[in-house]
Design a binder for this molecule. Structure first.
Ligand code: M6R
Length: 612
């Protein structure tokens, strides 16, 4: 969603800000802008549309402020209040033009603030909730920016990550956070601020993650952090371990393609050091409960959204099947509001690539409030969910830039399978079975490589179906969540209307939609109930829908009579989820590419959904 960058140092601010915004493009946005302060004046450049156009506008501006400034703020906006246009884009200025601010989050009581300001003769010019905050800060200003920010923030309701500056106090940036992430990078003679570490890793690895209600004041003398109501706080400097090159496309045409091909390595990283073949178990040090405590867990509740929820569903099946523990998956937004029944013997697992998804975070807070044991499965180190759960497992997938989640999903499933193994071994699973399953997990990277070798063949199939407007994915058992994920991948990047269904569900309605130009992707690998799914695929064929069959190696006969076939390595049902989803990722990618879609930044989507 929206992205923030800020800079104060010795270098040309506009270059660093625009480059930082480019690195945040993947989060999804529809307008962008920067503000720089130099020689006691602020200049702003904003643009609806792409960062490359903003860059042209900045480069062609004659303003000495943009050319000389060493201090500034920038923003990518994903429209919520008002359309994406220049006025609504950030940075916002107050009415006097002396204060500039960028804001992520939502000011819930902005209408009240706006009418209060109007009574004081201050009119807002944009449709946004954000502008009211900078107007309020200016209104509260009595000679000290942090005092004004503190006062204004105590009057608002909602969430924020903000960076503010004023030409009354050149050299100062005030940063604050509540519910919207902010990381402050500490470089040599410079300070960088961002909503997401990827914007600042090229410049520094030392960072401070602000907590909710923190306010940082950055000046040429250094940085001070306190709470919004001015109580002193201390925050540790942590080292960001992501490689800057990992956030570049390299030789690949799209981040999504690169990230799909990184999967053998990312899975290796996710499982490294976490399998004990001798004891036939998984060693997940972040899940720090003893075997005895693990044996007390009565139920595992998995919460997440989108792709992460699909990974949770695979985990649900594995935990119940292998460990015999009751497991349930719930859409995080539903969990947070329906007053779920939770007991202290429940383990709530929150899955989130970004670790910032608003609904998943709220579900974590609700589960903690109700006394459950809570764990996080996050990719982004230091993210809010990772910090608030305090217990969990990092995915180690590396930065995932493509909006369509690929390597995070396969790492999430790998970790869920290890968690199922760990729980299973504290209960009914014998050691030799644990060792066998651990060996299958170890083989996942090579199984994925087998599928990636079929890239060209899958591309050829994709090109045959690139013009379709509707598609169905069907599967059973472990392959049901894979069907959901395959459909999600296709719809989000190609705009083909795609639905994932349990194969048995087709006859309860969706089969009415099948036509000659509606492909059905049938997951016919070796899982219990395969023959039944085969029968369902036959029913689709009988309605003239073309069928793409995904089958296990050695069982190619299962595809007989169908239009196209993709063969994935033969492996146990829980394990087959990963190679199968990789085949569906490639299919979705090549269909989207053939349709000329903007794969890494699909329309209307944001990488991380930080508002409800
Ligand atoms: O960062 P999270 O894993 O919490 O994000 C959850 C979803 O927003 C995300 O998986 C989304 O569905 C992806 N775009 C799917 O590719």
């Amino acid at each position: 969603m929206c992205g923030i960058v800020g800079y104060f140092g010795k270098r040309k601010a506009s270059d660093i800000l625009v480059d930082g915004l480019r690195r945040l493009e993947y989060r999804g946005y529809d307008s962008a802008g920067i503000a720089c302060l130099f020689d006691g004046r602020i200049d702003v450049v904003k643009n609806p549309g792409k960062i490359k156009d903003l860059r042209l506008k900045v480069d062609s501006a004659a303003s000495p402020i943009l050319k000389e400034s060493i201090q500034g703020i920038g923003h990518t906006r994903w429209a919520t209040h008002g359309p994406p246009n220049e006025v609504n884009a950030h940075p916002h200025l107050d009415a006097s033009g002396h204060f500039a601010m960028v804001h992520n989050g939502i000011i819930e009581n902005y209408k009240d603030i706006r009418s209060g300001l109007a009574k004081e003769g201050i009119e807002c010019i944009s449709d946004t909730d954000s502008e009211t905050l900078v107007q309020l800060i200016a209104f509260c200003y009595k000679g000290n920016l942090e005092d004004a920010v503190s006062e204004a923030l105590q009057r608002i309701k909602g969430t924020y990550g903000i960076v503010v500056m004023t030409d009354h106090e050149p050299g100062k940036l005030v940063v604050a956070r509540c519910g919207s992430p902010i990381v402050i990078g500490i470089g040599r003679n410079e300070t960088l601020i961002a909503s997401d570490a990827s914007a600042i890793i090229p410049h520094t690895r030392d960072a401070i993650y602000l907590e909710d209600f923190d306010m940082a004041v950055i000046t040429p003398d250094g940085m001070e952090i306190c709470s919004v109501d001015r109580a002193p706080v201390s925050r540790e400097v942590t080292a960001m371990d992501w490689d800057a090159a990992a956030a570049e496309k390299g030789e690949y045409k799209h981040f999504m393609l690169k990230e799909m091909f990184e999967q053998p390595q990312s899975i290796r990283n996710a499982i490294r050091g976490r399998l004990d073949y001798e004891m036939g178990t998984a060693v997940l040090s972040g899940l720090d409960f003893s075997a005895r405590d693990a044996a007390q867990i009565n139920r595992v509740l998995v919460v997440g959204c989108g792709t992460s929820m699909h990974a949770g569903m695979v985990g649900e099946y594995a935990i119940e099947e292998m460990a015999g523990v009751n497991a349930e998956v719930e859409q995080a937004a539903e969990f947070r509001y329906r007053n779920p029944l939770i007991t202290p013997s429940d383990l709530v697992v929150a899955i989130s690539q970004s670790g910032e998804t608003a609904d998943t975070l709220a579900a974590v807070r609700e589960a903690k409030q109700k006394g459950a044991l809570v764990a996080g499965l996050c990719n982004v180190v230091g993210s809010t969910i990772a910090r608030e759960t305090g217990r969990g497992v990092y995915l180690h997938a590396g930065p995932e830039i493509g909006v369509a989640s690929t390597k995070a999903f396969t790492c999430q499933v790998s970790v869920m399978l290890m968690m199922a193994l760990k729980l299973a071994r504290t209960r009914r699973m014998p050691g030799h079975e644990g060792t066998e399953f651990a060996r299958w997990i170890q083989r996942l990277p090579e199984l994925v490589e087998e599928v990636l070798k079929q890239n060209d063949a899958i591309k050829a199939i994709a090109q045959k179906y690139a013009k379709c407007e509707h598609a169905f994915f069907i599967g059973r058992g472990y392959l049901f969540p894979v069907a959901l994920e395959g459909a999600l991948k296709l719809k989000e990047i190609s705009y083909v209307h795609a639905e994932g269904y349990h194969a048995a569900e087709l006859k309860h309605g969706p089969i009415a939609l099948l036509q000659e130009d509606t492909p059905v992707i049938a997951l016919l690998n070796n899982v219990p109930g395969k023959e039944k799914t085969q029968g369902n695929a036959e029913e689709c064929k009988a309605r003239k829908a073309p069928v793409i069959a995904v089958v296990s190696a050695g069982d190619e006969g299962a595809a007989e009579g169908f239009d196209d076939v993709i063969v994935v390595p033969d492996c146990p049902p829980a394990i087959t989820t990963i190679p199968t989803v990789v085949a569906l990722q490639l299919l979705a990618y090549h269909i989207a590419a053939a349709r000329g879609c903007e794969i890494d930044q699909p329309r209307n989507l944001a990488k991380s959904v930080t508002v409800e």
